[in-house]
Design a protein around this ligand. Sequence first.
Ligand code: EPU
Length: 418
Amino acid sequence: MKILKVIGNQKLTGSIRISGAKNSAVALIPATLLASGKTTLCNIPNISDIEVLDQTLKYLNVKTNRASETMTIDTTNLKNMDIPIELSSKLRASYYFMAVLLARFKYVKMSFPGGCQIGSRPIDQTLKAFKLLGATIKEEDSVFTIEAKELIGNVIHLDMPSVGATINAILVATLAKGKTIIKNAAREPEISDLANLLNKMGANIKGFGTSEIEIHGVESLNPTNHDIIPDRIEAGTYTIIGALLGSYLKIDNIIPEHIKSLTDKLESMGANIEIKNDYLIIDSSNELHGLDIETSYYPGFPTDLQQPFATLLTQANGISNVVENIYENRFMNVPYLNKMGANIQVIENKKVIIEGPTKLIGCEVKATDLRAGASLLIASLIADGETIITDINHLLRGYEEIVEKLTNVGAKIEIKEI
Ligand code: EPU
């Protein structure tokens, strides 16, 4: 088992370069299967979720070649194979293969997708979109057999602006006959990144970035080259770290607009932050005041930064309220933060009340999911003494070279195999 050992309270200075977005890469890699031939994606983060997708591609007879942050995906000999639970259960994004195989072959068989255990995470909206586009679906023991004689455009009104359902609907509608309109679509930047890639491949997608997306189906797509956008959650995580420990810490390669909901909150708390075109500089010299946050869909405050931000609030003066509106189970970091000395009360798994500032003391804690891991890592960096974080595979799923990036700016952190 891998653990992280962290010695806290080191000032951080220098520059951290943000990698390509995990939640874009995990959608864009399957999307390349919509065309036959060789597509090159740049800024692929070197994280374990990508390894799993790579295994799935190989299983589907797709050739891949990875050099540094570039991945070439050759789909010429793509075979439609049933995707077993061992591959589908490792990450949520595995169900993007459902959409691309359905679009290409009109038939797909796959088990329920995996992902962090942060809530019930149903896939009803994706299945609804597939049905509206002409598919029939059979489910037996969480194995889905989805087929269609013909895929035909339709109006899809999502019950909530689900990122995954919007992506799956776009993927299928791109190769369906006629026009599809997705109403109440997700507006996250990763959706726009996908639509930009598909349009370069020859798709006709408009309105992405708004809550109504219009897709005119095309017969086929062509391979292309594409640069994945920077990871806004990784950028946000390091910005939070900078607000706590930064000595003019530079967070480089960002799209400031994508993290505006976070930087606005940091500014209201009193943080010293200078935002430029594609980087920001943050310093921990200012005293921080507590405030309230509530997670919501983009452009609101992202649920994926709620747990890291909660750690920051333990160091702010006064009472802060954090309301989680997206997932039912995203406070699993809290018992460990309290074990380290925080004063956080959970109200019905929906809200936490944080009283700060409290000194945190290093001890053994567990990364129960990816962003809980980030929350505890931040806590360990500000804690007195040594913290051991167990189950860090969750953390390594989403943050590229986290140890190297933090060590380079002065953190004392190492991975150990026990
Ligand atoms: N929902 C449904 N039915 C559906 C789909 C979603 O009820 O068919 C609900 C979910 O249960 C949840 C809400 O709608 O309460 C939002 O879910 P959404 O589908 O938007 O999330 P997702 O596509 O499964 C992606 C990211 C998550 C991120 C969310 C929200 C990927 C691979 N995952 O998940 O990222 O939290 O969007 O922004 O893109 C992470 O990176 O740590 C992570 C969990």
